[in-house]
Design a protein around this ligand. Structure first.
Ligand SMILES: *Cc1c(COP(=O)(O)O)cnc(C)c1O
Length: 361
């Protein structure tokens, strides 16, 4: 926490707005819109809810196909199944570990030849590193397929000076407890199209028609953010840029201190890419080496984690079409997320660094 969160939470109590609506919810929506420079924002109960509503906004229905990054967290893909639609999993490229424009185009061509144009593309900015948005947008435009930008891990990062989440027809953020800023649990949907956001808010509050009684003509959801959680979010937004700077400093220090070891860091491909370094990740020479480091850290009571297991390897998603060359499978085998918290002290980071160095002595 940054310090100001409790003041917003207290104001919710003082004003007796203990509900999934209120001044903090409205305030957070306005402040997110201003921060990422997107016209409209709906504060929601989770990033997953935001992806689900985004798919509904784009008319994704049973049997429709949706292209998405395979190298991601399952919450990118699950909402496609909520709609009984079909995920088409696209492999990453090596520069950013995000959706490969080449495999994206190959997948689109293949699906069109097989009779059906996909309804949406969901690129992800994994670990806060911007995807190759120019190329992805140009393909999306060529085939006239809308983009849902999964910026759940990318808040505060930017590409060519524009904040992640602001590129898609719809953009998604998460404020889950593990993300760069948190409302304990929560998310947001943003768009420059007011129609999408108004409709998303309507569906997120049980799709109540205009009437004095409760009347419903559509399936609704209970997806709004609590006014208390939104208060936490307003305080967190004030420290977001500071947290990004701290996380980038974590990355820089790891990179500098571990430079002599045979492990690799993912660099920003050019000055166009500004990662929030949500998590510092490294790749090692082999699965065995990765495990040696992970277990050595664990013995010191330091938590580290393998990179996301790609969706095309997950038991629940493995039978869906996949386009790629297996890059994320190798990253999963050899990669590790290092402790990366914004509140990590120099001493704590030193302990991680020393433990990793010992593995190579
Ligand atoms: C965290 C995350 C989500 C889901 O957000 P929740 O708020 O946890 O529902 C979606 N996509 C990615 C890539 C994430 O990391």
């Amino acid at each position: 926490m940054g310090g100001k969160e409790i003041e917003y939470v207290n104001s919710a109590f003082e004003e007796n707005w203990i509900a999934p609506l209120g001044p903090n919810v409205n305030g957070l929506e306005k402040e997110i819109s201003e921060y990422v420079k997107v016209g409209h924002c709906a504060a929601l109960s989770s990033g997953t809810a935001a992806i689900h509503l985004a798919l509904i906004m784009l008319g994704v229905e049973q049997g429709d196909e949706v292209l998405a990054s395979s190298f991601t967290f399952s919450a990118t893909i699950n909402p496609i199944l909520y709609q009984k639609a079909i995920p088409i999993l696209v492999e990453s490229e090596k520069d950013t570990w995000n959706m490969s424009p080449n495999f994206l185009e190959e997948a689109i061509e293949d699906r069109i030849v097989n009779g059906k144009k996909p309804k949406a593309i969901i690129p992800v900015h994994l670990y806060g590193m911007p995807a190759k948005m120019d190329e992805i947008i140009s393909i999306a435009n060529e085939y006239q397929i809308p983009i849902i930008e999964d910026a759940a891990e990318g808040l505060g990062a930017s590409y060519k000076g524009k904040k992640l989440g602001a590129f898609g027809d719809l953009g998604v953020y998460s404020f889950n407890g593990n993300k760069i800023i948190t409302t304990s649990g929560g998310g947001a949907l943003v768009s420059n199209d007011a129609v999408y956001i108004d409709k998303a808010r309507f569906l997120a509050t049980q799709a109540r028609d205009q009437a004095s009684h409760y009347q419903h003509s559509e399936v609704g959801y209970n997806y709004r953010m609590s006014n208390i959680c939104a208060g936490i979010g307003r305080g967190q937004l004030k420290v977001l840029d500071k947290w990004v700077a701290l996380r980038r400093a974590n990355f820089d220090r790891y990179k500098k201190e571990l430079a002599s070891l045979p492990i690799e860091f993912l660099n920003e491909p050019s000055a166009d890419y500004f990662s929030n370094r949500w998590l510092t990740t490294v790749t090692t020479s082999s699965y065995e080496n990765r495990e040696e480091i992970r277990v050595a850290l664990e013995k010191e009571n330091i938590e580290s984690r393998p990179l996301w297991k790609p969706m095309h390897l997950q038991p629940i998603f493995k039978d869906y079409p996949y386009f790629g060359d297996g890059l994320s499978e190798r990253l999963f085998e050899t990669g590790l997320c290092l402790p990366s918290g914004s509140n990590m002290t120099d001493k704590q980071q030193e302990r991680v660094i020393t433990t990793i160095k010992k593995c190579f002595e």
